[in-house]
Design a protein around this ligand. Structure first.
Ligand code: ATP
Ligand code: MG
Length: 395
């Protein structure tokens, strides 16, 4: 009897024509996440099977992989003899703590001498006979023991673990996410990644107005998120000159509007250069002056590329709950300020006027400033594994 992890795919059933691509990408992602372990991976259209030298670590890593509906630790027998299945089922259950149980059987091998119901009943009776104080509960059992009869082998497993669901990362191509040190953008990262988008991040910093701690905080967040994204490339843009020019020359009520228009312009250019199809950010409708509908439309006006805002319609509390679940919250609430908060005006405009915004920004030579900022971009690649791989070449 061999230990085995059985993985059920998430949402892939809706992707009839692309199913092979989705499964192959999931396989590549899992192999990459488990690169330092010794694994043996097989798959068919319905499931994936993994044997590994470290089940605990493998399960820990699988919990961060998108595209998995459920997974379970089970046992594989290299035959389907009823006596063997019965014997193994009893010995597996002996090591478990439970009072109630139910047995369910599936037969993909239809020529088996017993039907599914008969197998379940017989194994159930055997459990009652061999283990003390156990009861059958068909509605809400402590343990749901599943048995699968295949042509030359059989599987026994119980207690499925919920996967993260979503699509395997990379299946939808790449997106550029504006990552600040706040609570919202890391959550936006996670949610976009869950839809199969491979994320590259862009961070705008304004040294010396922003500190090295602020940058390190963003890098720490990126490191946490890299586990879901399987590595992450971060584009760091020095925004100081642009920020100072805006501050010196433009009506302070419009500082944030113009500053964000500049961020969007740079993001779109970096996205195009890196084959990212969308911009993603952590804007949430109504949260601050720059996130009113008018502000969002005046800011969005500078780019053609679609902008995805995964947390746009979530309440702050819901965003916080996700950030706690994905373990970015504790880092996000560290005090270091990102560049937006340093130049915050007293009365940021809530309903900016597009023409006024355009007139203001024409007071500065923003095209050249943008060119220079892009030319000076710094790139940091955070890898989840120390071993080198050509994972990025998948796309
Ligand atoms: P967050 O909690 O994500 O920082 P926020 O509520 O503070 O968001 P803003 O500061 O207005 O809101 O920023 C809105 C979004 O713009 C952020 O979620 C992020 O996607 C992007 N953003 C803001 N500042 C930066 C920055 N310095 N670098 C990169 N992206 C940024
Ligand atoms: Mg912020």
């Amino acid at each position: 009897m061999k230990k085995i992890i059985i993985i059920k795919y998430a949402e892939l059933s809706t992707k009839k024509d692309n199913i092979n691509f989705f499964i192959k990408t999931l396989k590549k992602n899992i192999e990459y996440a488990l690169i330092n372990l010794n694994i043996n991976l097989n798959f068919d259209k319905g499931r994936m099977f993994i044997e590994t030298d470290d089940y605990e670590l493998t399960i820990k890593k699988l919990k961060k992989i998108f595209g998995i509906q459920k997974f379970v630790m089970g046992y594989k027998l290299d035959n389907n003899k009823f006596e063997n299945i019965e014997h193994e089922a009893i010995s597996i259950l002996k090591s478990q703590k439970f009072s109630t149980f139910k047995v369910e059987t599936k037969r993909s091998f239809k020529d088996y001498p017993l039907n599914s119901m008969e197998i379940s009943k017989k194994i159930g009776a055997s459990v009652l006979k061999n283990l003390d104080n156990k009861k059958v509960d068909v509605k809400n059992p402590d343990i749901l023991l599943k048995i699968e009869i295949r042509k030359d082998e059989s599987l026994i497993y119980f207690n499925e673990i919920e996967g993260l669901k979503g699509y395997p990362v990379s299946t939808l191509g790449k997106g550029l996410l504006m990552l600040s040190g706040g609570i919202d953008s890391p959550v936006a990262f996670y949610l976009a990644c869950k839809r199969g988008i491979k994320i590259e991040a862009i961070y705008f910093e304004s040294p010396p107005h922003t500190s090295i701690e602020a940058r390190n905080k963003v890098l720490k967040l990126a490191e946490i998120l890299a586990e879901y994204n399987l590595d992450v490339k971060i584009h760091i843009i020095n925004f100081t000159k642009i920020q100072e020019e805006i501050y010196k020359n433009i009506n302070h009520d419009y500082l944030i509007t113009i500053m964000r228009r500049m961020m969007y312009r740079i993001s779109e250019k970096i996205a195009i250069k890196n084959n990212c199809k969308v911009i993603i950010n952590g804007e949430s409708v109504g949260q601050v002056a720059s996130q009113t509908l008018t502000s969002m439309s005046v800011i969005n006006e500078v780019v053609k590329m679609p902008v995805i805002r995964p947390v746009s319609c979530l309440d702050k509390n819901d965003i916080i709950n996700i950030s706690k679940k994905i373990e970015t919250y504790e880092t996000s609430i560290l005090p270091y300020e990102d560049c937006c908060t340093i130049f915050v005006p007293n009365h940021p405009v809530i309903n900016p006027d597009l023409n006024l915004a355009k007139n203001y920004e024409n007071l500065i030579d923003f095209e050249n400033l943008i060119k220079e900022a892009i030319k000076n971009e710094e790139i940091i690649k955070l890898k989840i594994n120390d071993k080198n791989s050509n994972y990025e070449d998948i796309l």
